[in-house]
Design a protein around this ligand. Structure first.
Ligand SMILES: Nc1ncnc2c1ncn2[C@@H]1O[C@H](COP(=O)(O)OP(=O)(O)OP(=O)(O)O)[C@@H](O)[C@H]1O
Length: 373
């Protein structure tokens, strides 16, 4: 996109008039053409951040919002050149699809012939050819959201802002519209900010993801960085499923129940200590074996009992209770045939242990290293 801009939030905090501090002062930089996803639980400040970029909210004193070299901090939404798409579509129900799309163009006094041409181009872009004359209340949810997207793009905004745009759609439609949206964002190369609390959506759409926690940025990174190198237990737990098991660490092994796991001996790791250490790892990184078979594995495994199994179609999820009562979730793409009550052995490759934490509660002190394969 020829006019893609960078965006910078400089020291932008937000306190609402009732005294609620929605955002602590934060800095954020978005590259021209980048799709940045704001992800986090309800109330963490995603929408406030988006609305500050839009010009629907203004930062507390001292905060600045820059679009490229332009300071837009004091500009209202209509002067910023942003397009917005909301969860609830916000379309005009008594207008046709075409009229909805052309609304902003009409206000900007674009000539009728050019309007018609732009409508056709946009309808094609969002796969709604031929539906220009349909009333919007005769459309499906997915179609309505495509109209909302076309309307936001009609005025050729510098920035596209999307606030949970897929949330109202059912799962299958959500995936289809998401794929289209992804293609469109790549093709247009427009700078886009996308708010969601759905981690799958964030992973699929974001060039980078900002994970937010209680008005602060918990981590910024590519989807891979966020998934494989979570910066904190909060991020690790928010993205995907994370196992945690704790035990004493001795001579390169974490001792769990009647077994032990080889622990990576990275030089920058915390020195060996006998206080409990918590290992974190993803369910897909756990290999499950028959307990007898596993006897051959030179003592680098832990044993447990299958509590439950869930067939999920493309994979099966097992809940396994280790000796000593800690629980592990394992997922395998193969047709694991372990059944409830069965004794199994687990192996977790050392490089799959993401993060180790050591302290009384196993939470508060980070060992320095992220383990990379
Ligand atoms: N207009 C307002 N007045 C007072 N407090 C507000 C206002 N808008 C939001 N807040 C508060 O600010 C905090 C952040 O809200 P925000 O809407 O930005 O969160 P969010 O991450 O987008 O949440 P959700 O996913 O539920 O939309 C919340 O504690 C919320 O209650």
């Amino acid at each position: 996109m020829k006019n893609a801009v960078s965006i910078q939030l400089q020291h932008c905090g937000k306190t609402y008039p009732n005294g609620a501090q929605a955002l602590q002062p934060l800095n954020l930089e978005i590259a021209p053409g980048e799709t940045l996803v704001l992800l986090g639980p309800s109330g963490c400040g995603k929408t406030t951040t988006l609305r500050m970029i839009a010009g629907l909210e203004f930062p507390d004193a001292g905060g600045r919002v820059m679009f490229g070299d332009e300071d837009v901090t004091a500009l209202p939404i209509e002067k910023r050149g942003v397009g917005m798409v909301f969860q609830n579509y916000a379309l005009f129900p008594n207008m046709t699809v075409g009229e909805n799309i052309a609304y902003g163009l009409k206000i900007r006094k674009v000539a009728p012939a050019e309007r018609l041409q732009r409508i056709e181009t946009l309808l094609e872009m969002v796969h709604l050819q031929g539906l220009g004359h349909r009333r919007v209340d005769q459309l499906s949810g997915g179609q309505k959201q495509r109209v909302a997207l076309a309307r936001a793009l009609a005025v050729e905004p510098r920035v596209l802002l999307l606030d949970e745009p897929l949330t109202a759609l059912d799962a299958k439609l959500r995936e289809a519209v998401r794929a289209d949206l992804n293609r469109l964002l790549r093709k247009l190369g427009i700078t886009a900010i996308y708010v969601t609390h759905d981690q799958g959506e964030a992973m699929a759409l974001g060039d980078r993801i900002v994970v937010m926690e209680r008005g602060k940025i918990a981590q910024i990174g590519t989807p891979q960085e966020i998934y494989f190198q979570p910066a904190s237990p909060f991020v690790a737990d928010f993205i995907g499923t994370m196992n945690r098991i704790s035990g004493p660490l001795r001579e390169g092994y974490l001792y769990i129940g009647n077994g032990r796991l080889a622990f990576p001996a990275a030089p920058q790791r915390a020195p060996e200590i006998s206080a409990p250490v918590t290992a974190m790892f993803r369910p897909e990184d756990v290999e499950v074996f028959d307990a007898q078979e596993a006897g051959a594995f030179s003592g680098s495994d832990v044993q447990g009992r299958v509590l439950d199994s869930f067939f999920l179609g493309d994979r099966t999820r097992f809940v396994i209770e280790l000796y000593g009562n800690q629980t592990v979730i394992a997922e395998t793409a193969r047709r694991g045939n372990w059944h409830a009550g069965q004794t199994v052995a687990l192996r977790i490759a050392p490089h799959a242990l993401l993060n180790c934490l050591s302290s009384d509660d196993g939470m508060s002190t980070h060992a320095t290293a992220q383990v990379t394969a």
